[in-house]
Design a protein around this ligand. Structure first.
Ligand SMILES: *Cc1c(COP(=O)(O)O)cnc(C)c1O
Length: 462
């Protein structure tokens, strides 16, 4: 790596040569970008000498915190022993065997097989092909449609972005691909409040949208329903309490598969190993990534139920699908070390019983701020809905997203990484965060809200 390059020169070079994901490059000034050069625990440092609290755990992934030497050592040792071999053509290797057994151990009882990918998007691509292949092998090739939800996030590949329900993503590249159907999301603050339903009624209504879609499309044409137990990128949308029990009831009476996208909810984020456990759901397939390796190396996977695995194990059946780096030995080593840390330090139980409830109790105090219409949190992720008038929660800011971005920028300037989704702020820190660091996070968030509220009023936005 180059040394003694000034922070500005790094940014200028980045500006010149690096196309960033999800970025408006025309609006991104050269010196506006941050060059993150080091991280430890929940802390990040940039090349301008600023220290920031990583309230997003990277991109929802660094569950065990940054800079864990144990993961680095495990990867180094694996790289020396066997840095790459594939898992096609009757071959396998020790780390992929160990990780698969480990994942079967923490997955729900009816799930004992794993197919590996390089990312969450690839996991969902794999799943889309897999569910259609499963039904074809069952003699029901007409069952092809996958029902998903608006404002869901399932990745950025053709299948991932199509399964996702982000309008902006569908507007580019000719998406969604055929046979994917989007129903309403269970977003009470954003969608339910403008109806005349109570939150519980709205949860039932949103769940029954699934039933109505199945009726309309015909059960004989529906392969699966895919959902994040809690929508992450959509804005940490925690469904009304009535939603999942009603969806469960509908799924039980229908012959369709249920796919849980656990890419964010998995690996302790909700205070259980998986979001499906938190809501007592019984998925047939689970997409995993992010917290699987805590982001130390890129890896995703599909957890497959016994019922589906049995069909794939029939003689003469071959799923013509696979990625060169599936089950990469170094990524397996990172995942094993990561899960070992989570188990040894009891991180899942810590989120459920200790730091999660503590964080939530402090986070909810922000609801009294005049800029905040609602604070919500499950486990270790949450959101603040920003509103112009705390006494009339039906009102929203004009020019959606502007206030969210202003507030997010103040948060960065104050040394706290939060993310803006429209006019909400979301948070998802490492599961290792201490009480003291939570206190610091909350104090910085409050200061941010104060500064942003002044700024917003000065600009005449509220
Ligand atoms: C991030 C994410 C994905 C995509 O994972 P990548 O590794 O970015 O491809 C899929 N689903 C959910 C719920 C996600 O949050």
């Amino acid at each position: 790596m180059r040394v003694n390059v000034s922070s500005h020169d790094l940014k200028a070079s980045d500006h010149k040569h690096h196309l960033h994901p999800f970025t408006d490059h025309g609006a991104l000034g050269i010196d506006e970008r941050r060059v993150i050069s080091r991280a430890d625990g929940v802390w990040l440092w940039d090349t301008d000498g600023n220290r920031m609290l990583d309230g997003m755990a990277g991109l929802w992934c660094v569950n065990v915190g940054h800079g864990r030497q144990e993961v680095v050592d495990a990867v180094r040792a694996q790289m020396s022993e066997l840095s790459y071999y594939n898992t096609f053509f009757k071959t396998t290797h020790p780390p992929v065997i160990e990780l698969s057994e480990m994942l079967a151990g923490i997955a729900p009882d009816n799930i004992n097989m794993v197919m590996y990918t390089g990312s969450g998007s690839e996991a969902n691509d794999t799943i889309l092909r897999l569910v259609r292949t499963y039904w074809a092998l069952q003699g029901q090739p007409s069952k092809k449609v996958v029902i998903s939800r608006k404002n869901a996030y399932h990745g950025s590949t053709m299948a991932g972005a199509s399964l996702g329900g982000m309008g902006a993503m569908h507007s580019q590249g000719g998406l969604p691909i055929p046979d994917i159907h989007h129903i309403a999301q269970p977003y009470w603050f954003g969608e339910g409040m403008k109806t005349d339903m109570s939150e519980d009624e709205f949860g039932l209504w949103a769940a029954r949208e699934l039933e109505r879609a199945i009726e309309e499309i015909g059960e004989e044409n529906v392969a699966a329903f895919i959902a994040e137990p809690i929508q992450g990128a959509g804005g940490v949308i925690v469904p009304p309490a009535t939603y999942w029990p009603e969806v469960k009831r509908i799924l039980e009476s229908r012959d369709i598969l249920f796919i849980a996208d656990e890419v964010i909810c998995g690996f302790g984020r909700t205070g259980e190993w998986f979001g499906s456990t938190y809501y007592e759901l019984k998925p047939d397939l689970m997409a995993i990534a992010k917290g699987l390796t805590s982001g130390y190396l890129p890896m995703g996977g599909v957890l497959v139920s016994d019922q589906i695995a049995e069909v794939l194990h029939r003689e003469g059946v071959e799923f013509f699908h696979g990625y060169t780096y599936a089950g990469h030995p170094a990524c397996c080593a990172a995942a094993i070390a990561n899960i070992n840390i989570m188990k040894r330090e009891g991180l899942v139980e810590r989120v459920r019983d200790h730091i999660g409830p503590y964080f939530k109790s402090r986070w909810m105090t922000l609801e009294d701020h005049p800029l905040v219409g609602q604070a919500r949190m499950v486990g270790m992720f949450g959101a603040l809905e920003l509103v112009p008038d705390e006494n009339d929660l039906s009102k929203r800011f004009d020019n959606v997203g502007k206030v969210g971005t202003i507030t997010r920028d103040h948060s960065f300037a104050n040394g706290l990484v939060m993310r803006a989704v429209a006019d909400s702020l979301i948070i998802s820190p490492p599961l290792t965060i201490t009480e003291e660091e939570v206190d610091h996070l909350i104090a910085t968030a409050r200061k941010t809200l104060d500064v942003a509220w002044d700024d917003i009023r000065k600009q005449g936005l509220a």
